[in-house]
Design a protein around this ligand. Structure first.
Ligand code: HEC
Ligand code: HEC
Ligand code: HEC
Ligand code: HEC
Ligand code: HEC
Ligand code: HEC
Ligand code: HEC
Ligand code: HEC
Ligand code: HEC
Ligand code: HEC
Length: 423
């Protein structure tokens, strides 16, 4: 080959290599190639969507965290909101630890320094601002600062079930409340449809399932789901957005938790195959949407509350549930057609809560998951005392056994609050 031919080969290779690299850089916004390190367990599902947090030149968006999290912090009546630190009297604290910025405590791509709940500071940092607490309170004299937030006493953000007046109000109750009960769901008054009203009859089972359950009773016909737009043809598939049109609250919750966050970010649906938690192997390719739990035409909420979950989840805690007294009573409730003692997976993870004057099922199963004291008000206190609930939730082994047995941990904060009140 002549020198000239070699030059041409060299030229072609150089041009294509730089074109490739240039393309990658330009595209870096949605490409894994330049990700510095994996993101926290809270965000790994959407980590490929760099633009959720970053500006095009890889700065962190000023309001990235607030856009998605301001509502949960507000609902939790955040004890350390930004405005507390805009007060000039607290400026000396900011000099030590700038608590106005989320990323002071929650940075990303830093797996080696990331602890529970995406916290990237050593857990004794409360000392930066509360170092004199031992002098102010007799009970706190010899406590270590790494125990403030790990012993079932305090959280940094959400203390709705842990503040002093609340502790005092719930002092000295029985472990199992006598008037234990679940909140009943509401039904709308609508003109019910019956068998002859069906838009279509495909098979007797579908016809029966539809006509004997909530959608026919609520006046919803076949086409409302299968042909919501009269201009388009009938479709056997029903999209999440069709369900969303009638069930906005449920969709909103779903989209804010680990089940729906990928869909909400415009990515493909989450599947158990992509999960970090233990999942059933044969469920690896199941896509998460409304019908993951509400399958067939009965939309049976009892199936959704336990059996559906166990089609995918297979960590020890989930698998141990069926040995728990909660499950036992749940079955008894169904036999006796009562609704006050049993506890399903959904009772804890998708609780019935009152929101803007309505009873709704919280479809964000992360809303009360961590810190787990969030579950106290939405679930445990319907049936147990505060002391019993705090103790049980501070006992990691008991959680793994899915609450079969009594708590072996005793959190003293109720007694301390009571003693201080007496003084
Ligand atoms: C959930 C939010 C989030 C997502 C999604 C995210 N990042 Fe980040 N990223 C951050 C935060 C927070 C920081 C830390 C900023 C700081 O400490 O100043 C950061 C830092 C970085 C840095 C600087 C790293 C360093 O060590 O200085 C780069 C580069 C980066 N991210 C790239 C990416 C890329 C590429 C993607 C997508 C593949 C991505 N990030 C997705 C939140 C995110
Ligand atoms: C001074 C440290 C600190 C700062 C600043 C901080 N956090 Fe946190 N965050 C924590 C700690 C510690 C936890 C663990 C749970 C707890 O103690 O409340 C946590 C937990 C969380 C959680 C999960 C639990 C929950 O209560 O919802 C979210 C979401 C969260 N932080 C978002 C934010 C956002 C958004 C900001 C900025 C507005 C922020 N955090 C600022 C320390 C901090
Ligand atoms: C696109 C929306 C979105 C953005 C942007 C976002 N988050 Fe999140 N974050 C989520 C979702 C969804 C979860 C998982 C569900 C949950 O745990 O609440 C999560 C989880 C978390 C958790 C872990 C909670 C736990 O249960 O352990 C923390 C802490 C957190 N986010 C803080 C932040 C901070 C700080 C930022 C800004 C750097 C941020 N988030 C940006 C949506 C977002
Ligand atoms: C950057 C400074 C700062 C850090 C870090 C900090 N706090 Fe605070 N904390 C404050 C300020 C300021 C107040 C408000 C004091 C007041 O109102 O008198 C406060 C109030 C409180 C209260 C009073 C009750 C309430 O809900 O208002 C408790 C309890 C508390 N903090 C616990 C903690 C714990 C536990 C940690 C660590 C997980 C922590 N704080 C970390 C500054 C901080
Ligand atoms: C509340 C919404 C809803 C209503 C009302 C409804 N369906 Fe469906 N239907 C679905 C969903 C969801 C699927 C499963 C779709 C998928 O797999 O994506 C389905 C599936 C089907 C299929 C596909 C085959 C199968 O069984 O999976 C047929 C046929 C069907 N429905 C007929 C009907 C008929 C006839 C009626 C009225 C008697 C009706 N549907 C009422 C939601 C509904
Ligand atoms: C045209 C509106 C409409 C559409 C579309 C729709 N629903 Fe419904 N849905 C209703 C009504 C009305 C009720 C009865 C509400 C009541 O009684 O208060 C209901 C009830 C339910 C229930 C409660 C069942 C029970 O036994 O209590 C579930 C679960 C449900 N829908 C899920 C879905 C899912 C999943 C989809 C999408 C596949 C969907 N719905 C599509 C209107 C709709
Ligand atoms: C992880 C499982 C799961 C997923 C996914 C799920 N649901 Fe549910 N849903 C439940 C459970 C469990 C209940 C009943 C809880 C109870 O009885 O307290 C329920 C109840 C409902 C109800 C009845 C609420 C009421 O107040 O009567 C509606 C409507 C509903 N879901 C719609 C949806 C829609 C729409 C989607 C998709 C955006 C969806 N669900 C996704 C598990 C799920
Ligand atoms: C189609 C499969 C599927 C079904 C059905 C399902 N899940 Fe999940 N679930 C998942 C996947 C996948 C994740 C994400 C796990 C991860 O990110 O590692 C998840 C996450 C969760 C989380 C959050 C875990 C965490 O650490 O943040 C909880 C809690 C949860 N599911 C409870 C339930 C409950 C309760 C039910 C039934 C009412 C249910 N799931 C039904 C697949 C499913
Ligand atoms: C009595 C309440 C209760 C019941 C019933 C319950 N859980 Fe949990 N679950 C919890 C608590 C508390 C945690 C731990 C939260 C924490 O501290 O991180 C948890 C954690 C989880 C997690 C996250 C595990 C992880 O390692 O991140 C999943 C997934 C889960 N539960 C699924 C289920 C399923 C599926 C069922 C039913 C078969 C169920 N749970 C029944 C209270 C309950
Ligand atoms: C709807 C009512 C209800 C709710 C909500 C509920 N429980 Fe229970 N729990 C019961 C009943 C009933 C028993 C069985 C009591 C018995 O055996 O007599 C029980 C038993 C227990 C036990 C075993 C006690 C023993 O003596 O063996 C623990 C631990 C427990 N619950 C913890 C919790 C926690 C933690 C929560 C909240 C996350 C919770 N429960 C929510 C009704 C409930």
């Amino acid at each position: 080959m002549t020198k000239f031919k070699w030059f041409i080969v060299w030229l072609i290779m150089t041009v294509s290599a730089s074109a490739f690299l240039g393309y990658q850089m330009f595209q870096a916004e949605e490409k894994p190639l330049f990700i510095p390190n994996e993101t926290t367990h809270g965000h790994y599902q959407i980590e490929m969507k760099c633009s959720a947090c970053h500006t095009p030149n890889m700065g962190v968006k000023q309001d990235a965290c607030i856009t998605c999290h301001s509502q949960d912090l507000k609902d939790g009546q955040d004890s350390h909101p930004e405005n507390k630190f805009n007060d000039p009297r607290n400026f000396d604290m900011i000099a030590k630890l700038d608590a106005r910025k989320c990323i002071t405590c929650h940075t990303e791509h830093s797996p080696h320094t990331t602890g529970d709940m995406g916290v990237t500071l050593p857990i004794d940092y409360c000392a930066a601002c509360h170092e004199s607490i031992g002098e102010e309170r007799e009970s706190h004299k010899n406590l270590k600062f790494d125990s403030c937030a790990t012993a079932g006493c305090h959280n940094y953000h959400d203390n709705k079930a842990l503040y002093e007046d609340f502790l005092i109000k719930h002092y000295d109750q029985k472990d199992h409340l006598e008037n234990a009960k679940e909140i009943p769901l509401e039904t709308k008054k609508q003109k019910a449809l019956t068998k002859p009203d069906a838009d279509f009859i495909v098979d007797p089972q579908t016809h029966h399932d539809w006509s004997s359950t909530a959608h026919a009773k609520g006046g919803v016909n076949c086409k409302d789901c299968h042909q919501p737009d009269a201009q388009l043809p009938w479709s056997d598939k029903v999209s999440v957005s069709t369900c969303q049109d009638c069930h906005e609250d449920e969709y909103k919750g779903f989209s804010e938790g680990k089940h729906g966050m990928r869909l909400a970010a415009g990515l493909t649906p989450m599947t158990p195959g992509q999960a970090r938690l233990d999942m059933k192997r044969d469920a690896a390719h199941k896509e998460l949407n409304c019908i993951s739990c509400h399958s067939d035409h009965r939309f049976d909420t009892k199936v959704a509350a336990v059996d559906a979950c166990l089609r995918c989840h297979s960590d020890d805690h989930s698998l141990n549930y069926k040995q728990s007294p909660h499950f036992n009573f749940w079955q008894i409730d169904h036999l006796t057609k009562q609704n006050n003692k049993g506890v399903s997976c959904a009772t804890c993870h998708m609780p019935r809560v009152k929101k803007h004057g309505k009873v709704v099922v919280e479809h964000n199963q992360n809303a009360t998951l961590r810190p787990n004291e969030k579950m106290i008000r939405t679930s445990c206190l319907k049936c147990h005392s505060l002391q019993f609930s705090i103790n049980a939730l501070a006992d990691k082994e008991l959680i793994e056994k899915n609450f079969k047995g009594r708590p072996t941990v005793h959190v003293e904060s109720l007694e301390w609050a009571k003693q201080r009140e007496k003084k």
